[in-house]
Structures are given as C-alpha cells and as structure tokens.
Design a protein around this ligand. Structure first.
Ligand code: HEM
Length: 277
C-alpha cells in the first residue's frame, strides 16, 4: 500500500535494495562508456536508446531518459535470464524422468539433422516431436505461473464480467496451462498435447506461458529461439541421466519469482558420433 515506506523499515529487503543499487551503478558505467564512444552507428540497445534520448530532447513529454534506460536494461535482464534458464533446467529434468521421450527426441534430431554441423532455428519446422516436447516443458513446467501485475486503465467487461477502472489484475497463467478443459492429461508430461494424429506439430490456444494481449512478454521470440537452439544442441550432444545411486529427479519447485527446480545433480554423457562445428 505504501511502497516508499519499505525504504524506512528494517528487514531482508534492505539487502535487495543495496544489491539493486550495485546493478544500477554497473549500468550507469556502461552508459558512460557508450557515451565516450560518441555518436557512431548504434551498435546495441543502449546506443539506440541514447540516440533516441538525443532525438527527443526537445519533447517535454518524452519518456526517453537515462533513468528509464537504466530501468529498461534491468527489466530485460530480470525478464530474460532466470525464465529461460529455469525452463531449460526443467526440460533436462523431464528428459531424465521420461527417458523414452528423450530417446525419441534424439532419434528425430539424428534422422533430420544428419551430419549437419549445427542446429539452426529454421530446423524446428522439420522437428515436430522436439518442438512438441519443448512446448510441453513450458506448459507443464509453467515456470512463470503468474504474470506481471497490471491495472485496468478503463472500465470494461471480459466474458460478461465487469472489470472497473483501476482494478488490479494478476493473470493466473498456471490455471490455463493446467486446465483439464484444455488439455487431455493436464498434470502429466505428454508431448501429444502438441501433435496431431499424423505427428505434425500443432498449437493449442491455451498455451500461454508468455501471457497474452498488448503486455504479453516482449521477449517471447528471443526466448523461443534460445530454448529451441539450446535444447536441440544439448540433446543432440549428450544423453542426460541421474547420477548413480540417485533416487530420481525431484520435480517439486522452489518459488523464487519463477518456479525453480530443486538443486540436484544430473549427468550429461557425451553421445557417440555427433558431428562437431
Ligand atoms: C521462457 C522464457 C520466458 C517466459 C516464460 C516469460 C514469461 C513472461 C510473462 C508471463 C510475462 C508477463 C506478461 C504480462 O504482464 O502479462 C513477461 C514479461 C516480461 N518479459 Fe518475459 N518471459 C520469458 C523470457 C523473456 C526474455 C528472453 C526477455 C527479454 C530479453 C523477457 C522480457 C520480459 C519483460 C521486459 C517483461 C515485462 C513486460 C511489461 O511489463 O510490459 N522475457 N514474461
């Protein structure tokens, strides 16, 4: 209710604020380094944003400011690192748990990629099973189980329900990703959720791990690409299994913003005859 009051109250959040200040300092230094390079052809996000600040300097309502640049860089790191890494972590655990599925992915990768030196994003169109498995990882793993908090800017109705202006909205993504009305086996790992009867990849409109609408995840395309390339490359190169004597993968999550797997060891055993780069 009073977010500013947190700065004056004791508690562990103080450590978080201190560390956040360290991150801000680091980004400030990066911005200064970019400025020293002068107005060269923009090379990355920070230089494009700085160019935009200069362009909009006479606009009194412009939101292109250095403070906002710092915050956007934080948002990109916050939104783009833990989410993708946790999804991949979960993917490997599911592959260890469902070894037959892991083998089927590897058979498909071997058959389709053959001796190709690397996997590229276009290959996903020829790899329907691998793609379905990855979608099922995102569905069942539901790594971002609730979306970002939004406030309704104008009164509206959704499916007949009135939503007054100012209502705080917290989208419950896990509820749709596990909805028994939308998925055949909502609580089981089942790549068939994304395959038609002929084994072609097919999308289900209840697949919303990136949320929906104007404020859905802006990094979804980048995330899809990262997930596909890393997952396909890892499964092509290694076989994943539990360490000897281990009771099996622990799938219960630890809540840390994303639903993270428990810390545990799994082995990556090199597969024979994988073509190198
Ligand atoms: C598996 C990976 C990812 C998942 C599951 C995911 C999921 C989400 C979800 C559910 C939201 C909330 C959308 C809403 O408010 O309705 C969100 C927001 C956001 N994501 Fe992602 N995300 C992923 C990767 C990324 C990447 C790679 C980036 C950027 C590099 C990114 C940047 C952001 C940002 C900046 C927001 C806040 C957007 C806003 O407030 O308008 N995300 N993400």
């Amino acid at each position: 209710m009073f977010p500013w009051a947190l700065c004056h109250l004791p508690g562990p959040h103080k450590k978080l604020f201190r560390q956040l200040e360290g991150v801000r300092d680091f980004i400030r230094q990066e911005i200064s380094r970019h400025k020293l390079r002068g107005p060269e052809a923009p090379r990355d996000f920070i230089s494009c944003y700085l160019a935009q600040i200069t362009k909009a300097q006479d606009d009194p309502v412009s939101t292109f400011t250095e403070d906002n640049l710092i915050q956007v860089v934080i948002d990109l790191f916050l939104g783009g690192t833990d989410t993708t890494a946790t999804t991949l972590h979960r993917a490997l655990l599911y592959m260890v748990q469902h070894h037959a599925i892991q083998e089927r992915v590897q058979l498909e990768l071997d058959a389709v990629l053959g001796a190709a030196p690397a996997v590229c994003y276009e290959d996903r169109k020829r790899l329907p099973y691998t793609r379905a498995v990855l979608h099922e990882v995102q569905r069942l793993g539901s790594v971002v189980s609730v979306g970002v908090v939004h406030r309704c800017v104008t009164s509206t109705r959704v499916l007949g329900y009135p939503i007054p202006k100012g209502t705080i909205i917290l989208p419950n993504l896990a509820s749709v990703l596990h909805d028994p009305k939308c998925w055949e086996t909502p609580r089981q790992f089942n790549p068939g959720h994304f395959l038609d009867k002929d084994g072609n990849f097919t999308l289900n409109e209840a697949f919303l791990p990136f949320s929906a609408g104007h404020r859905m995840c802006p990094g979804d395309q980048l995330a899809r690409m990262e997930l596909f390339l890393t997952f396909a490359m890892l499964l092509r190169t290694f076989e994943f299994q539990m360490a000897e004597g281990s009771p099996g993968p622990r799938l219960e999550y630890v809540f840390g913003g994303t639903l993270q797997p428990q810390p545990q060891k799994i082995c990556a055993v090199p597969r024979p005859h994988v073509p190198g780069p």
